[in-house]
Design a protein around this ligand. Structure first.
Ligand code: T6T
Length: 322
């Protein structure tokens, strides 16, 4: 029998590959693979923007992408979501684990069922499960926030911080960066951090009661979206908008509106769209057995009333839909 030529072999292989759902690297190397994105929480424009980036990259690479998440930031609610995803045996999963420890076992189950695990935004303490972790340099972001706040309060007075809960890799790193930096400003007294369980109403009441109990309070650092939206509301309710300076992480439409109104003085915007796109790209690379860097750090941008409408800034503001 005549040896089939290279071309014939290739065609045959491709046909087999297409049937089995894995491709032979034809550039759009996603070839029908299934990837699921498990957000930290649903309804958060940070993750909605991340899903937009992931969707766009998935389309480009010919990957089928599902997006899911729990209704509240809570590991006990995220665990059943991850278990349901594992049961569907996706080829890869992008996940923002809501706790550095409690989400280890559910992620291990994903890997045991053959999925490539890509951690986006947050990560576990244990690095052995993930292919890579893609996130902002959160500690540097916290330092940037402290420098911006210190300048806003002319290096004098008492400042406080507000965050979600301990045990979240991102907000813990932001606090670490903020606290390390703010302690270098001798004229400033740091009152410590209070937690709001990712609930903007709780954040608002924490801030109003802190203002009431600390007449010398001149500034607040809010470590994420709902901490920032709540803190802005609290400062407005206390009638101290613009007097008590607020620097918040993230840049949702509501946070940007508060920036324009003057109840927020600065935002540290992440690039969730880029994190999402990178997540899918690295998932496909891992599935193609290509080398994947152990960690990828994405940029941050400081947003103020002065630069918020500049094109190279406004393109990073978060969206409520793609
Ligand atoms: O700040 C982002 C994210 O980076 C953090 O891990 C959790 O909170 C947000 O989703 C905003 O709500």
């Amino acid at each position: 029998m005549k040896t089939p030529t290279y071309v014939a072999v290739t065609i045959a292989l491709t046909a087999v590959a297409a049937l089995s759902g894995c491709s032979d690297d034809d550039g759009g190397s996603g070839g029908g693979r299934k990837i699921t994105f498990v957000q930290g929480v649903k309804g958060d424009e940070f993750y909605i923007s991340m899903a937009c980036g992931a969707q766009q990259k998935a389309k480009e690479l010919g990957v089928k992408l599902d997006v899911t998440g729990a209704d509240k930031w809570d590991a006990s609610l995220q665990t059943p979501v991850v278990n349901a995803v594992a049961a569907k045996s996706p080829d890869a999963v992008l996940i923002a684990p809501t706790d550095t420890q409690a989400m280890r076992q559910p992620e291990q189950q994903l890997k045991s069922r053959g999925a490539k695990v890509i951690e986006v935004d947050t990560k576990l303490d244990d690095a052995s499960i993930r292919e890579t972790a893609i996130s902002s340099d959160n500690e540097r972001g916290g330092m940037l926030a402290a420098q911006t706040l210190a300048a806003q309060v002319q290096e004098r007075g008492a400042v406080a911080a507000i965050s979600v809960k301990p045990g979240i890799s991102t907000t813990d790193a932001r606090l670490k960066g903020f606290e390390t930096e703010i302690r270098k400003h001798p004229g400033i007294t740091y009152l410590g951090v209070q937690y709001n369980d990712d609930d903007p109403a709780k954040a608002a009441s924490i801030v109003t009661s802190t203002i009431a109990s600390h007449r010398d309070l001149v500034g607040v650092f809010a470590a994420n979206v709902f901490s920032g939206e709540g803190a802005a509301t609290g400062i407005e309710q206390a009638g101290r908008a613009g007097q008590v300076k607020l620097i918040a992480f993230d840049a949702t439409p509501k946070q940007v509106e508060a920036l324009r109104k003057g109840s927020i003085q600065g935002l540290i915007a992440q690039k969730p769209f880029d994190i999402g796109a990178q997540g899918v790209e690295q998932a496909v690379a891992a599935l193609d057995k290509k080398p994947v860097p152990k960690a990828i750090s994405t940029d941050l941008i400081a947003v103020t009333k002065e630069n918020v409408d500049q094109p190279d800034v406004s393109k990073y503001l978060y969206k409520g839909a793609c």
